[in-house]
Design a protein around this ligand. Sequence first.
Ligand code: PEP
Ligand code: MG
Length: 571
Amino acid sequence: MAHAFCLDHGLLPKESLSLDAASLSGEVGRFDRACAAVSRELDDAIDRVGKQIGEEEAAIFRTHRLLLRDPTLTTRVKTAILERRIDASTALREILEEYNKLYGQIADPYLQERMADLRDVIGRILAQLTREVQAPILHPQEPVVLVAEEILPSQALTFDRHLVAGIVTESGGATGHAAILARALGIPAVSGLRGLLREVQTGDLLAVDGREGHVYVNPGPEVETAYRKLQREYADFAGKLIENRDLEPITADGIRLELLANVNGPLDAATAGSAGATGVGLYRTEYLFLTHPSVPDEEEQLAAYRAVVEAAPNRLVTIRTLDLGGDKHVPYLGHRREANPFMGFRSIRLSSAYPDFFQTQLRAILRAGVHGQVGLLFPMISTLEEVQRLKKIVDRTRVALHRAAIPFSEEMPLGIMLEVPAAALCIEALLEEVDFVSIGSNDLIQYLMAADRDNPHVAHLCEPFSPALMQLLHRVIRACNEHGKPVTLCGEMAGWPRCFLPLFGMGLRRLSMSPAFVPSIKEVVRHTTLELAERVANRVLQMQTYGEIRGYLTRKIREAWPHVSLLDVSR
Ligand code: PEP
Ligand code: MG
């Protein structure tokens, strides 16, 4: 519970500020400083992208620099400040609006690209300007609930856990990347609340119930008292659970599981240890790139990967190669709008299209391998040929490192993420090629159900309770066990107590989740038996509807561990 703080990305229409005569030259100076900062950002991007990716990609930033230097833009903004006494942000938004009206309806790809470039440049200047304005507000004395149309993954990374008490957004879904980051930071979040920004104003008191997906705006005294009590109970219970940190993840009948953590960087890797994880099952390397102003070079990547390996429990880390695209973009890879970004130029498809860039990452990962037990994981595999091609690239990278006498891990196991149903259906053939498998259930569900994981209108289809998903998971887990290849499930469902019994009953022994969920899953593990789990899995595999599966698993978890269900989503 905390007061709301409404955010926008600067591009939305806003109340304009009218300035008094004395502050006009100050506003022009602020605009000049913002442009100078953007110019430095672009110079840096041109330089680094040109060297590390290619001149063609760097050309985008040259175009942006030309637009920034175009006196028509800067003169118009300054004239608007001085003559109409409006602030720089308002002037920029007006210009953008005008161009949108002029060119927005013309379906000419060239013009559309130029509009995208202009939006990009104006967005950068606005970001500089609002950073100045918002800095004091974004460092409030007490925690706030952020209210926004959407939270970008790169933004979520900058949140301070102590100042963000909750996040509520109009768009996005429970397995979207911003939600995943909120979860990693232990911040309650609710997404998909259409019309929210019309209902909520900065300063309103909000109660955010991230388990139920409820948000109360200015709740009455009864709701407030009830939620304050629940908040205390939740904190007490979570505090008690963390005491199980040093206990083994062993079931009541003596079967050992691996409870691993999903991390984005060294801080999370350290949290994984304090939460009681036995290693890092998924290191999402793209966050290094999302937070870096330009492409990190091999040494920078090596330093980052090594820091994660050294901070991880048992120095055990599965490093995933870049998984960009979909909802995660870096400007330097020449990102262009796509009609279906999750089904488009994403993830391994994107990395493979930039061989030098990709090799740099592979070299850094192979080199980081000498500092611990590291596995190399390729995301979003669709075909056998892709895997065969990737293995050749890894071989070539190894040879190059060898020739240069640079130390690297010679025996690093190679694995693939099962996220595309086609790959899951051909699992046997893929197992011949790889050392381990990781089931990315977030993407597997979205592709299996044809339901965008970030679209609130189809969020009900993205829950992990469909009979189709259960059948597919069963098939994959059984095949991996039969081939003696380790299989980990690393999507969000790994951290849901309700999903544990069927997964364990199907034969899964390794789960990787947000560190925040390790204590509650360990509690469930320590109080379960294989016999119970197999019974539950068999029942679930015979069910034919979502509702039956969800109802049955919810009842089971409540019956068996009423206290743990406090931490689960109980819808
Ligand atoms: C997944 O798809 O389940 C997964 C773990 O990858 P990400 O959430 O990063 O797409
Ligand atoms: Mg994925």
